[in-house]
Design a protein. Structure first.
Length: 218
């Protein structure tokens, strides 16, 4: 649950200027590249933490070497985005924009979906309907994210980078799917969290009851 909370906290910081503009705030912001160079790797880290949370809650622990690979993957994202947004000039590399999807954002979403699908198939821990619906909503958030990334890729392929980014950032579809994905994540997390708390409480009560019976026998 802590991994999920941190993951949600790290998502979509790059939308802060858009949110302020949408709230009719009068702002002048000139360091977009600096914001993106930090916030997009943090979003990637957020999705990695969500993946780790999924594996933890579905009782599918990872080997230590996997954590090391994830750490290196995050460092690679920091380096990649740091180089891509290292100056104040608009991005002119179509290949760089597509590489962001190919090596970081799409793969981590595919990982999340595969982990959710595997967890959904495990009947031993997922007995209640709320928890199952929680996983379904989390899978829905991944599908919504992949739809948004597909929209992004199509625009980058069809238009020069500077126009593509302008169309993407001003698109209602892009913003709506981003907000919908966050809502699905939050509701899914809450459903699974509620079931986890109830299961733990029941386990503690059963353990306490057995202890009292054993003491009575003694």
């Amino acid at each position: 649950m802590l991994a999920w909370a941190l993951g949600l906290f790290l998502l979509d910081w790059f939308q802060i200027p858009t949110a302020l503009f949408g709230a009719r705030k009068q702002i002048v912001y000139s360091q977009f590249n600096v914001l993106f160079s930090v916030s997009i790797p943090l979003s990637f880290l957020g999705f990695l933490l969500i993946y780790l949370g999924i594996r933890a809650v579905t009782h599918a622990p990872l080997k230590k070497i996997v954590y090391a690979w994830f750490f290196l993957w995050f460092l690679a994202a920091l380096l990649f985005y740091g180089l891509q947004y290292q100056d104040a000039h608009p991005i002119e590399s179509q290949l760089g924009l597509l590489a962001s999807m190919a090596f970081f954002l799409v793969p981590v979403q595919v990982l999340n979906f595969s982990a959710l699908r595997a967890g959904y198939k495990k009947k031993d821990w997922l007995a209640s309907k709320p928890a199952r619906w929680g996983l379904v909503l989390l899978m829905g958030s991944v599908v919504v994210s992949l739809a948004r990334y597909t929209f992004y890729i199509v625009k980058v392929i069809l238009y020069p980078p500077e126009f593509a980014l302008l169309l993407i950032r001003s698109s209602r579809f892009y913003l709506a799917t981003q907000m919908l994905g966050i809502v699905l994540l939050v509701v899914g997390f809450l459903l699974i969290h509620g079931e986890a708390v109830r299961s733990k409480t029941q386990a503690v009560e059963m353990s306490s009851g057995h202890s009292e019976e054993f003491n009575g026998l003694k």
